[in-house]
Write a protein that binds this ligand. Sequence first.
Ligand SMILES: [Zn+2]
Length: 269
Amino acid sequence: MVKFHSVALLAGLSILGSACGTPEPETQDTQQVSFEEFRASAHQEPESGGFVVDGDIFLPTESELREFYEQAVSGIGTQRDSLAVYYSGGRDIKWTASQALNLTYCVSTKFGTHYTRVVNAMRSAAAEWEAAANVKFVHVSSQDSNCTNRNNNVVFDVNQTNSAQYLARAFFPNYGRRDSNVIISTSSFRNISPWTLEGVIRHELGHVLGFRHEHTRLTTTGCYEDNAWRALTPYDASSVMHYPQCSGTQTGDLVLTSTDRSGARALYP
Ligand SMILES: [Zn+2]
């Protein structure tokens, strides 16, 4: 796949910060804080060495963290207007039509007793995006016992972390193989009501398809990140990609709205 790391990269996927879904909307303050302060506020994953910001946005290296910071600082006040695709370097960050129809992944057997639950949640969350747009996620179960970020037989791996810094996180279509993973925290296996594991994965797979956080479209949400995105639909405060704690209106589980479906269809017709 293409690695197109030019501007800010947002990776992530997951949803939220603490175990019960109250991520701190720290992004809006990046305009006042120094890079050093911003870096100190980011969670550095011990496993990958990468950084997680804005709840579930994964930045594989410090230089990418700095780019993200600089873009957030320079982008304030230039928001455009809903489902929004990651847009950088003058182009959409998305899969080609053929890649989009073969998004292969493995689910690590290291999930142990949660393995089957993760397999099923991935399948059902993927099915919702597949019903909306011309995309296809393919579970390659033969790779599950060797499901690492070095496995080149799949596009991405699904793995577990014990970190409680987020419920899950993902990646964007321009990430290299090593950084293309959906990481699910063991926190997600507890009661995360009103969310469900499926709902969290629906959100994460939205990032995998290239969708940004909906709440970064308006500075008034209090969770503005940057302007590296392009609108696909009108702003949707109920979007599956919108954190409820950022002035979102979806108070139940994270579900695709009709606007999300049409935005996905617009990107992957
Ligand atoms: Zn997210």
